[in-house]
Write a protein that binds this ligand. Structure first.
Ligand SMILES: [Zn+2]
Length: 343
């Protein structure tokens, strides 16, 4: 089969032919229809992340495909089903796995990062990672990583529900945009925080009609003003050191800070009086669980306007160029590999 492979760090992925993987007894072989690109793919390319990575590796974490064959212990009725792949593999036995929090498993491995992923015509995964999806859009391939992270932070941990207010940092970025769409689909009232007016224009061009705050020194006051100075029920913060205190100040008494990234650094000073005096809760999130993907697929199935925005589609042969374009892009529009009909 044809695959785009990260052979070593600091070079573009290279397209070549490799043996088609063979499913073990509890695995399935999935023919890839489309594979969304992620920044994780660029980190694999760059290396130096501190993760234990072994190369060569086939990248590709967000995978939509069709089950083509199954292992000896798997129900053959799955063959022909269109599926998304939950992008993590875990031990299945530790306390986290047993309670459905597999992203907390110490043995957690990410598809396309620690094990071979979807920059290939076919991929083998354990049967229990499949989530069936409707046969209506290739854009499902842009869902898994961004949407399960957002769902886990907002809903599974943050308890977001209709009528609540939420401020979302980086709302024109991949995670922020997924959070924005989920919040709207749930009937919540999101305030989108973006870094510049171009991103505000991008949100408007993708149909977001709600409140947008362009980040400046009054960002806290502007968010609070939207709620009549009450503060919001939730904040999604994946920026870290530069925004943590602002996030805490945006929250209403009893509010919830969903915290899932440190792109601006990981050390900051915090006035702890604000945390306990205002009875705030803070929950860290790292990716999400299988149950988050099934929940978000159900939501999107009934709410197609919440599907991801896709900027450009590429052939597998263009994988390196697609990565280059993604690395220059500042908005959430996804880049996606689409596979031609294969033999
Ligand atoms: Zn485990």
């Amino acid at each position: 089969m044809k695959a785009a492979i990260q052979v070593e760090h600091d070079v573009p992925v290279a397209v070549s032919f490799v043996d088609t993987p063979v499913p073990g007894p509890t695995d399935v072989l999935v023919r890839v229809l489309a594979c969304g690109l992620n920044h994780l793919d660029l980190w694999l390319r760059q290396g130096g992340t501190g993760d234990t990575l072994s190369l060569p590796r086939i990248p590709g974490t967000d995978v939509l495909g069709v089950v083509e064959s199954v292992g000896t212990d798997v129900d053959g009725a799955l063959i022909g089903r269109r599926v998304l792949l939950y992008p993590g593999q875990s031990c299945g036995q530790c306390e986290h796995c047993v309670f459905g929090h597999e992203s907390a498993c110490r043995g957690f491995k990410i598809l396309g990062y620690h094990v071979d992923g979807g920059y290939a015509e076919r991929v083998v995964v354990p049967e229990n990672l499949l989530v069936p999806v409707p046969d209506n859009s290739l854009n499902w391939a842009a869902v898994p990583v961004a949407y399960i992270t957002a769902w886990n932070a907002l809903v599974a941990k943050g308890g977001l529900r209709a009528g609540q207010s939420i401020a979302i940092w980086g709302a024109a970025g991949g995670l922020g945009y997924a959070a924005l769409r989920i919040a709207l689909a749930l009937g919540a009232d999101p305030v989108a925080i973006v870094g510049n007016t171009d991103k505000k224009v991008w949100l408007r061009s993708n149909g977001f009609e709600g409140h947008v705050v362009v980040r400046g020194k009054n960002v806290v006051q502007e968010v609070r003003a939207h709620t009549g100075k009450r503060g919001v029920d939730l904040v999604l913060d994946h920026v870290g050191a530069h925004t943590f205190n602002s996030s805490a100040r945006m929250l209403a008494t009893g509010g919830h800070l969903a915290f899932c990234g440190v792109t601006s650094g990981h050390l900051t000073e915090v006035d702890l009086r604000r945390i306990f005096g205002r009875q705030l809760s803070i929950a860290g999130t790292w990716m999400g669980n299988y149950a988050d993907l099934t929940a978000v697929v159900e939501l999107l199935d009934g709410c197609p306007e919440a599907m991801p925005a896709v900027t450009a589609y590429f052939d597998l042969d263009e994988a390196a160029a697609a990565q280059d374009e993604m690395s220059c892009s500042e908005t959430a529009g996804k880049f996606m590999l689409v596979f031609k009909q294969q033999s």
